[in-house]
Design a protein around this ligand. Structure first.
Ligand code: NAP
Length: 291
């Protein structure tokens, strides 16, 4: 049984990114810059943004944090996004979700210049992914795809069952894995809270990707022996510990490979955010073109 060590994989990816950041700066004078927008005081959001900023700095990228009070209006946020869109020294814009109630999340995300939308949430970027010609790949699904590729796990012809249909993880994951290309070519089933006979479907999976936000939801009886299980969930238990959506201790006994929480998908998500920001900067420096 293989433990899919996302922490180790992401260290490798981040050192590749750091090398490229140095090369880009020396060759063109451009330093990739990620602008993060944090609204309100949500403690989990503050930790996530902090981790993203630290990761940026460690790879030699610039990070700028814009903090707004929880009472900020949609108009104030739109004004800030407009300024960041126009600032040529900013290559990626990240709005940390969830936004406080009262902020029009869709209007704000739609206002980000699609070429700086390094989270790949903008409808233009989602459309390009759907057509198999992505500008940016969304960070969590892209991290999972990298985990599979770099661990030598073949997806072509495999039955992948994605549990959860969020716009951030489940839906884009399914869209990516169904593409006619290497690292994909899978037969994909998406299941969710209205799915009947969920266990019948999860038990048919060669690869199970679970993103629902319910601690230890996926139990060993829901998994086909020998399957690969990717756990996206991040749940805080009453004792303060973090755990995934998979009952790791029981499921690991019957699978061929499994990602842990913490130390699985999470670190790869941040690495992909850095990679997208780097690509945007390479484009700004005239080295590549974005679609
Ligand atoms: P979300 O927006 O809350 O969506 C949850 C999805 O799970 C929904 O599609 C929901 O179905 C489905 N679901 C809920 N209960 C279910 C059940 N009992 N059976 C089947 N499906 C069920 O969640 P998300 O943003 O995708 O996040 C999911 C988890 O991943 C969370 O723990 C989150 O913290 C974590 N996450 C981790 C990373 C990372 O970097 N590691 C990144 C993003 C998210 P309906 O659509 O029918 O409601």
């Amino acid at each position: 049984m293989q433990i899919l060590d996302g922490k180790k994989l992401s260290e490798t990816i981040r050192s590749e990114i750091a090398e490229e950041v140095t090369r880009l700066r020396l060759a063109t004078g451009v330093t990739p810059c990620l602008a993060a927008v944090l609204v309100g005081e949500d403690p989990a959001s503050q930790i996530y943004v902090n981790n993203k900023e630290k990761a940026c700095q460690k790879t030699g990228m610039e990070s700028r944090l814009f903090r707004l009070p929880a009472a900020a209006t949609t108009e104030e946020l739109l004004k800030l996004i407009g300024k960041l869109n126009a600032d040529v020294s900013v290559h990626g814009i990240l709005v940390q979700l969830p936004l406080p109630e009262g902020c029009d999340e869709l209007r704000i995300l739609d206002a980000i210049d699609p070429k700086k939308d390094v989270d790949a949430f903008h409808p233009e970027n989602v459309g390009l992914i759907s057509q198999g010609r992505p500008r940016y790949l969304p960070c969590t699904p892209c991290g999972i795809q990298q985990m599979l590729i770099r661990s030598g796990i073949e997806t072509a012809g495999k039955h992948v069952v994605v549990v959860g249909r969020s716009d951030i993880v489940g839906k884009p994951m399914a869209l990516m894995l169904v593409q006619k290309q290497s690292g994909a070519d899978a037969t994909v089933t998406v299941v969710h809270s209205r799915t009947k006979n969920l266990t019948d479907l999860t038990r048919q999976a060669d690869i199970l990707i679970v993103a629902i936000g319910k601690a230890k939801f996926l139990t060993a009886d829901m998994v086909q022996p020998g399957a690969v299980v990717i756990d996206v969930g991040i749940n805080r238990l009453p004792d303060g510990k973090i755990c995934g959506d998979v009952d790791f201790d029981a499921v690991k006994e019957i699978v061929s490979a499994i990602s842990p929480v913490p130390g699985g998908v999470g670190p790869l998500t941040i690495s992909m955010l850095l990679r997208n920001t780097l690509r945007s900067a390479q484009c700004a420096a005239g080295e590549t073109t974005l679609r």
